[in-house]
Design a protein around this ligand. Structure first.
Ligand SMILES: NC(=O)C1=CN([C@@H]2O[C@H](COP(=O)(O)OP(=O)(O)OC[C@H]3O[C@@H](n4cnc5c(N)ncnc54)[C@H](OP(=O)(O)O)[C@@H]3O)[C@@H](O)[C@H]2O)C=CC1
Ligand SMILES: O=C[C@H](O)[C@@H](O)[C@@H](O)[C@H](O)C(=O)O
Length: 309
């Protein structure tokens, strides 16, 4: 039997598959969210930074009007980097856009502070064009704000995103609440096994993002993926998404295309032979120094990921 949900460290159940909304255009994301929720999805992943939460909110509203219940949907949003010293303010903005009075999970999007008083609400820059980073910010302080916001009931759980093992090791000794989740880029070309193992040892659930290789889904043609898909008579997408559920992680796939949204819900059990093929592929890329990280915004910061440090 294939797992359909995972229990978080605070007892909350999180669905195994969710709809991503990064880069989903305003004109498309309302329909995508509404369609997904009316066709079996129970998790929607968004963020203040995606600048489309008003439309995601419209999609939620449409789904609720069609009979989907709020309590059956797991809504995730993220505090953007310009707001890491103003966590509740950012959450309030997201809640207003989403038309909700709580989210199920609030994440720190990236462990970095961009100038809250800079020249742009989300992407402040310096005269030289570089991101306006506040260099003496300590991400542990941001986590303290997350712990405070949890008490308001505006979110049912708090977690982090884009945290390396190194950053988690810095955070945990100071955390009163252990993050429920670490949302990271994850796929056979970037297995991040050291983070996945560390999270498992510490009761932190992994949410895998960019499972298809992000924009244009480049991993769909990776050799072992195609081979397993043919063997099992499923799509390459199903193999890439099922990989995470087999590893005990929740997976997020973004699509604004109804047929793909539906297809991405198909998760199958991968057997040892399938997983070995994928793991061998990952090991081979690791040994050749050819791991592929698709999402690494130009913050100019070393976040402690071994492939980037
Ligand atoms: N915490 C963080 O920093 C990050 C979080 N995320 C989250 O994870 C989600 C998923 O990651 P994302 O980077 O968007 O990329 P994905 O790996 O989900 O890939 C999305 C791309 O694949 C296409 N696609 C989707 N399904 C199929 C399919 N069945 N067949 C063929 N092509 C398909 C989509 O096209 P189309 O839409 O046109 O159908 C789109 O071009 C994000 O949307 C976001 O919610 C992502 C990146 C960073
Ligand atoms: O969630 C998706 C990604 O992290 C995205 O939010 C960032 O890549 C952002 O566009 C940036 O440029 O910093």
């Amino acid at each position: 039997m294939v797992t359909t949900s995972f229990k978080l460290n605070n007892g909350l159940e999180m669905p195994a598959v969710g709809l991503g909304t990064w880069q989903s255009k305003a004109g498309e994301v309302q329909t995508a969210v509404s369609y997904a929720l009316q066709n079996g999805y129970k998790l929607v992943d968004g963020a203040y930074c995606y600048a489309n939460e008003d439309e995601v909110g419209e999609g939620l509203k449409e789904a609720f009007a069609a009979g989907v219940k709020r309590e059956d949907v797991f809504v995730v949003t993220k505090v953007w980097a310009t707001y890491n010293t103003r966590v509740e303010e950012c959450l309030d903005k997201s809640l207003k856009s989403l038309g909700l009075d709580y989210v199920d999970l609030l994440l720190v999007h990236w462990p970095v502070l961009l100038n809250p008083n800079g020249n742009h609400d989300k992407f402040p820059t310096l005269p030289n064009g570089k991101r306006d980073v506040i260099w003496d910010y300590n991400h542990v302080d941001g986590w303290k704000q997350m712990e405070a916001v949890l008490k308001t009931g505006k979110t049912k759980a708090i977690g982090v995103s884009n945290y390396s093992k190194k950053y988690l090791e810095q955070l945990l000794p100071h955390a009163t609440v252990v993050p429920a989740v670490n949302q990271i880029e994850n796929h056979p070309s970037l297995p991040q096994q050291e983070i996945v193992d560390f999270c498992r040892e510490n009761g932190i659930h992994v949410m895998a993002y960019s499972p298809l290789g992000s924009t244009g889904s480049p991993l769909m043609t990776a050799e072992p993926v195609v081979k397993i898909a043919e063997k099992k008579g499923v799509s390459a997408g199903t193999v890439l998404l099922s990989y995470h559920v087999s590893r005990g992680s929740t997976v997020l796939a973004k699509s604004v295309t109804p047929a793909r949204i539906k297809a991405n819900l198909e998760i199958v059990a991968l057997d040892e032979e399938d997983l070995k093929l994928l793991n061998d592929y990952s090991d081979d890329l690791t040994s050749k120094g050819e791991l592929k990280r698709y999402v690494y915004p130009p913050f100019g910061i070393d976040f402690g990921f071994p492939d980037k440090s």
